[in-house]
Design a protein around this ligand. Structure first.
Ligand SMILES: Cc1ncc(COP(=O)(O)O)c(C=O)c1O
Length: 442
């Protein structure tokens, strides 16, 4: 007997992914090999512990898989240590906090509203609840592509004042390259561990199109399912610099992951990570990552030429952050996300530097090119996507989020009803579907 309810939803999701164009910058299409291994017999196994040091029997194949994954991670990112067991990015980051801090110790990270991740010390995250978190922001004016949005003077001042044990560098919504060296100067000055969260740019670093933090930081964390194009999962890497600061850093990371935070590793996920790491080391992946960046440049210029304001003036990686606070109005990210969803262009609402509203009703949208590039889309399609986005955004000029919070959900429901009937939206939806269907998904 088949559970048809879930099976039907799987089919519906497949259709959605094929007929629309995925622009959420943290998503991608894993290869068929990666997906197959995820449902392999490794899904049945328990293997608490680490290779050759397990609490269960029958782990000879799991040991080999995990050792291969570790070796591939070390080789690809040029580090002496890798832990491939974190269930996902958030537990990986928590494990780094557990390794470098005691409860109540101070850590520093980029604020969520400035593009940082929750797990870099936001007050609703365990990383901000159990540790004393100091957050840094971004400069919000006078920034051009090729520049840098970080205010290093301010970050240094905060670090000197609060003496954190751990500083995070890395973001979930940042369109420019990171200058890891400048963060390292600050961390070294105050004796803090510096951890780079490269979840978003790991594939670009592997492909050689984004600078690597490895020479400058002590620890690197990354998810494996974004630009790296693997299964959902994460890794923690320790650098030579990290081992120099603390020769036991790798062992401490291992202990923080298991038994500190997790139980048995997901061995099917480990096997799929090993495959993704193999794929990421091929010349084809290098070509892919170059195209991701090229596509982001083409898409951002189309949007910019159409009159939109882009945070950082453009994109130097895979990601574009549009500030709609002036083009439309503060809090209008929600209208743009919903209207674009209707035409099959999927992206997400996002806060912008100096956000005048809130993370739930932010004034921007975030998009990126990793998934569309995996499907083989290039310049022509990027221009098409940008033009269609401009057409849709142009339809939304009259919508304004009510000041009164109680009126907002009713207003949004009315907006959805109206925009759902809009003939231009229907026409653009058809055009997007036609283009999407020309590019298969793995
Ligand atoms: C920079 C960064 N770190 C960590 C995470 C957390 O990863 P996960 O959602 O797998 O827990 C994300 C996810 O969006 C991220 O963007």
């Amino acid at each position: 007997m088949k559970d048809t309810k879930i099976y039907d939803l799987v089919k519906k999701e497949e259709k959605r992914q094929k007929e629309g164009i995925e622009l959420i910058p943290s998503e991608n299409y894993a290869s068929e090999h990666v997906r197959k291994v995820l449902s392999s017999y490794f899904v049945n196994k328990y293997s608490e512990g680490y290779p050759k040091k397990r609490y269960y029997g029958g782990n000879e194949n799991v040991d080999s898989v995990e050792l291969i994954a570790q070796e591939r991670a070390k080789k690809l990112f040029k580090v002496p240590f890798a832990n491939v067991q974190p269930y996902s990015g958030s537990p990986a980051n928590m494990a780094v906090c557990l390794t470098t801090c005691r409860p109540g110790d101070t850590l520093m990270g980029q604020a969520l509203t400035a593009g940082g991740h929750l797990t870099h010390g936001h007050n609703v995250s365990a990383t901000g609840i159990f540790f004393n978190s100091v957050q840094y922001g971004l400069k919000s004016t006078g920034i051009h592509e090729g520049g840098d949005l970080f205010d290093y003077k301010e970050i240094r001042k905060l670090a000197r004042e609060h003496k954190p044990k751990l500083i995070w560098v890395g973001a979930t919504a940042y369109p420019l390259k990171f200058n890891y060296k400048k963060f390292a100067e600050i961390a070294d000055e105050v004796g803090a561990f510096l951890a780079a969260d490269i979840a978003h740019v790991a594939g670009l670093i592997a492909g050689g199109v984004h600078p690597s933090p490895v020479p400058y930081v002590h620890i690197v964390t990354t998810t494996t399912h974004k630009t790296l194009r693997g299964p959902r999962g994460a890794m923690i890497l320790v650098t030579e610099k990290g081992l120099k600061k603390d020769p036991e850093l790798g062992d401490k990371i291992n202990k923080a992951v298991f038994p500190g935070l997790q139980g048995g590793p997901h061995d099917n996920q480990t096997a799929a990570i090993a495959i993704a790491l193999y794929e990421a080391s091929t010349p084809a992946f290098k070509k892919y990552s170059l195209q991701v960046v090229k596509n982001a440049k083409t898409l951002s210029s189309t949007l910019k030429n159409g009159g939109l304001k882009l945070v950082g003036g453009g994109s130097e990686n895979h990601l574009i952050l549009i500030d709609l606070s002036k083009t439309l109005s503060p809090g209008s990210g929600v209208f743009v996300q919903k209207a674009l969803d209707l035409v099959g262009l999927t992206l997400n609402k996002n806060t912008v530097p100096a956000e005048p509203m809130s993370p739930f009703y932010p004034s921007g949208v975030r998009l990126g090119t990793p998934a569309a590039t995996t499907r083989g889309m290039k310049d022509k399609e990027m221009k098409f996507i940008g033009e269609k986005m401009l057409e849709v955004i142009n339809l939304l000029k009259d919508y304004k989020l009510p000041e009164d919070k109680k009126l907002r959900s009713k207003y949004i429901a009315k907006f959805e009803a109206e925009i759902g009937k809009n003939k231009i939206i229907k026409r653009i939806g058809g055009e997007v579907r036609k283009v999407a269907m020309r590019f298969s998904i793995p």
